[in-house]
Design a protein around this ligand. Structure first.
Ligand SMILES: *Cc1c(COP(=O)(O)O)cnc(C)c1O
Length: 433
């Protein structure tokens, strides 16, 4: 096996990293070289451990190497690693479907996809095709929120509202309607009215409202009130427009409830899930649809949803996703969040008193703070905290000037306290300089 130095040399020579300025990476970064992971910890090739502050980009909801998920994956791999899902089926796809529908009130069908971005792509196409086949062919537009993030494929990026991710593709992204979510109390009234007005004005051509319920993850862990989500549902109902909930980040307990929509007792027409869906083990996602949506694709063969990916319903992913749901129930994962969420909330509230921290917020297994900085997404202050945290044994990738934690939902309490200590020490160290 290659040494650490050899691995980094090969990486720097050949790997094109996601979301990474490569010149700076090559010149300045000595990357973590992760060899294995267990629970809430990553271990590098030198045996040093790092608390995984963001559950490896929000996916490892049940931690790394959960023995039940590892076993489910191994057993499924030995039986059937893959087969197509068009008109044939297998146990993991069928059993997971039954269990998912039971987990998602109001939903009648599940469509399997590869990840969060393709869940959004499929949901957008379902919405548009549904209206085309329901006597409303002019309904082809989408409404999304400012600052939204729905993934990086062209359709998902079209819905996105984070400027740096959009800029290079401005010419090819489709145009959508856009309104602000209310992130401060002073904005509530205006935001509620603006959403209502935008939907009313364009109801004839609007296929769906697409949003991340309650929390916008990628734009900086920004929280808006459940009442705004309920309002969106009511406005969509009033004008018979579909509501698409992107629960890719917020689903599977991240906000303290299984779905973020549960905070407002909202049932969307289409629900997108990924990330925690497969416990962070395999790339897989799904779109859940109401009976009304799915029924619009019945009848003549040309009304079918001619859409799919090679790996739709992949048995490995489905077997793991099924085991994830069993673990949620049998290990009472949601119940365990209460104590953890309280510790996260208390620590981030405390950090709000520091000079240089301009805001803090928390919800469920999310804690975030803003560092004073005017450089926007590409700001450096968050990266200085990253360096400090790494030295202390935690992986804490920032979102611009936003320092946050989204640890595994079942992180041991001692690990959580250690992670929060490292966050505090690292932020203090950066602010003291
Ligand atoms: C991460 C994310 C996506 C994209 O999911 P991928 O699996 O990375 O394609 C979509 N929506 C939200 C809210 C996300 O956080």
């Amino acid at each position: 096996m290659s040494t650490r130095v050899e691995l980094v040399a090969k990486d720097k020579r050949y790997v094109w990293h996601p979301y990474t300025a490569m010149d700076q990476y090559e010149a300045e970064v000595d990357p973590l070289v992760v060899q294995r992971a267990l629970g809430a910890r990553l271990f590098d090739v030198d045996g040093r451990s790092y608390l995984d502050g963001n559950a490896s980009w929000w996916v490892a909801a049940l931690g790394h190497g959960h023995p039940r998920l590892v076993r489910a994956l191994g057993e499924q791999a030995a039986r059937l690693a893959h087969c197509a899902l068009a008109g044939i089926t297998h146990a993991p796809a069928a059993e997971l479907a039954e269990r998912m529908i039971a987990r998602a009130p109001g939903m009648a069908r599940i469509f399997y996809v590869d990840d969060g971005s393709t869940a959004i792509e499929a949901a957008v196409k379902m919405a548009v095709q549904m209206w085309a086949q329901s006597g409303r062919p002019r309904r082809t537009r989408l409404l999304a929120l400012e600052g939204a993030f729905h993934g990086d494929t062209i359709g998902a990026a079209s819905l996105g509202g984070v400027e740096v991710f959009r800029r290079p593709f401005a010419g090819v992204l489709f145009d959508c309607l856009r309104v602000d979510a209310p992130f401060a109390e002073a904005d509530y009234e205006r935001a509620f009215a603006a959403l209502e007005k935008a939907v009313a004005a364009s109801a004839d051509e609007l296929a769906a409202v697409v949003l991340e319920p309650i929390v916008q993850g990628a734009s900086g862990m920004r929280l808006y009130p459940p009442a705004f989500l309920a309002h969106a549902r009511a406005v969509c109902d009033r004008h018979d427009v579909l509501l698409v909930a992107d629960e890719v980040f917020t689903g599977y307990g991240r906000t303290g409830r299984f779905w973020a929509c549960d905070h407002a007792s909202v049932r969307p027409d289409l629900l997108c899930t990924a990330k925690g869906f497969s416990g962070g083990m395999l790339p897989m996602g799904a779109v859940l649809a109401t009976s009304r949506v799915e029924q619009a694709f019945r009848g003549d063969r040309d009304r079918a949803f001619y859409y799919g990916h090679s790996f739709c319903g992949n048995p490995l992913g489905a077997a793991v996703a099924l085991e994830v749901l069993r673990v949620f129930d049998e290990e009472r994962v949601l119940d365990g969040i209460t104590e953890r969420a309280a510790r996260i909330a208390a620590r981030f509230a405390k950090l709000g008193a520091l000079d240089g921290v301009t805001a803090t917020r928390s919800l469920g297994m999310i804690g975030a703070l803003d560092l004073r900085d005017d450089g926007g997404y590409l700001a450096r202050a968050g990266w200085r905290v990253y360096d400090e945290a790494r030295r202390r044994g935690a992986y804490l990738r920032p979102l611009g000037n936003v320092v946050y934690v989204t640890p595994p939902l079942n992180i041991p309490l001692a690990d959580l306290d250690e992670l929060l200590d490292i966050v505090e020490e690292s932020v203090r160290a950066v602010l003291m300089r």
